[in-house]
Design a protein around this ligand. Structure first.
Ligand SMILES: *Cc1c(COP(=O)(O)O)cnc(C)c1O
Length: 369
């Protein structure tokens, strides 16, 4: 048996009738950009996030850029973030001329460490951007407390945590503004690129709506702030509306698979995701840590199990971002990059496939170690 790391075709086969109906509805409508599908999706997604506003944009990286601009980040301002979440957040910070300031993560949650945050704040810090990595929220109460003391807005990167909660609060509803991605493999994925900015602030929402379309305050008039073109297509919005209706069920299935892994791996010499009390992970990824990561990945490949590494090279060690490396080492960020391994965990995975992954991990660890 072979088990793929992910297989988006399965989801699309299951939803084929609903998705095809949506596609044809849009094709027949004659409305392809910022029409009724986008505004209805925005309403539905805002509700899902228990927030007042959702603004559809072209992708998650744009969502971050627009969110940062909307809270007032300007060229040469500093934005505090993490270096273990791939490069999109950093690319977005740099795209608007701001400076990424990296802080280490907590080794348990693998998310921005509030203790490291406090010391990184300077008079030039204009935003704090935690990433809710792998489906688990960062320690928002602590981050919000520190941010409030310094009157700095918090921008949540929720690209991997649609629907995650902390003490019942939904990811993206706690900071000043939040950025979501609908990249196809995300928990809520389009059939192409897509993203959204979510906020409870009417003012920020108005600014993002302008920024996503040339800065227009009304059609053809840009007088206050220059914008870009970053719109969500009607077609993607219509498809996302279908998938949003199934998101709760697919999240439950991801959680169920994670429980199966957790139970099976409890006594093995690997580290499993730790979910602190009060947190609910939506398991965008099921990430283990192993001292023998590369050998384990190789053995799983031999057993037909697809895996991936999120992410193998921390952002501050990427040649093009090295200039932003902090003066002190980020021990946990660096350790994670060498030890993390993502196992298959997508909603359409069958129980038999999960069992095969479990057997393969057990067998690999008994032979590799
Ligand atoms: C996917 C992702 C993004 C970027 O989203 P795109 O839609 O690919 O631009 C940003 N941050 C994180 C943590 C992501 O996983």
């Amino acid at each position: 048996m072979s088990v793929p790391f992910n297989d988006l075709k399965r989801q699309h086969d299951i939803l084929a009738t609903e998705l095809n109906d949506a596609i044809h509805r849009v094709m027949r409508s004659g409305y392809y950009i910022l029409g009724p599908e986008v505004s209805q999706f925005e309403t539905e997604f805002a509700t899902y996030c228990t927030s007042r506003h959702a603004i559809g944009v072209a992708n998650g990286t744009d969502a971050i850029q627009l969110a940062l601009l909307a809270v007032g980040v300007r060229p040469n301002d500093e934005v505090i973030t993490v270096a273990n979440a791939g490069v999109p957040g950093t690319a977005a910070i740099i795209a608007i001329g701001a400076i990424p300031v990296f802080v280490d993560v907590d080794p348990q949650t693998r998310n921005l460490d509030p203790n490291a945050l406090e010391v990184a704040i300077t008079s030039r810090t204009r935003a704090i951007m935690p990433v809710h990595l792998y489906g688990l929220m960062a320690d928002m109460p602590a981050i919000m407390r520190i941010a409030a003391q310094h009157a700095i807005p918090v921008v949540e990167d929720v690209a991997q945590a649609h629907g995650a909660t902390l003490h019942g609060h939904v990811a993206g509803s706690l900071g000043a503004v939040a950025a979501f991605s609908f990249y196809p493999t995300k928990n809520l994925g389009a059939v192409g690129d897509g993203g959204a900015v979510v906020t409870n602030s009417d003012e920020i929402a108005t600014r993002v709506k302008r920024l996503r379309q040339y800065g227009w305050e009304r059609k053809y008039y840009t007088t206050e702030q220059r914008g870009i073109n970053s719109r969500l297509d009607e077609l993607q919005a219509a498809l996302l509306r279908v998938k949003l209706r199934h998101l709760a069920a697919s999240t439950e299935r991801r959680q169920e698979i994670a429980q199966m892994y957790a139970a099976a791996f409890a006594t093995l010499p690997i580290s499993l995701p730790t979910i602190p009390d009060g947190y609910q992970s939506v398991y965008h990824l099921y990430v283990i840590e192993s001292d023998q990561r590369d050998a384990l990945q190789h053995a799983l490949k031999q057993a037909g199990v697809g895996t991936d590494i999120h992410y193998p090279l921390p952002t501050h060690q990427q040649p093009v971002y090295q200039q932003f490396a902090p003066s002190t080492r980020m021990i946990h960020t660096e350790h994670l990059a060498m030890h993390v391994l993502s196992l298959p965990n997508f909603p359409e995975l069958q129980d038999g496939e999960v069992a095969h992954v479990i057997d393969a991990v057990r067998h690999a660890l008994s032979t590799v170690l």
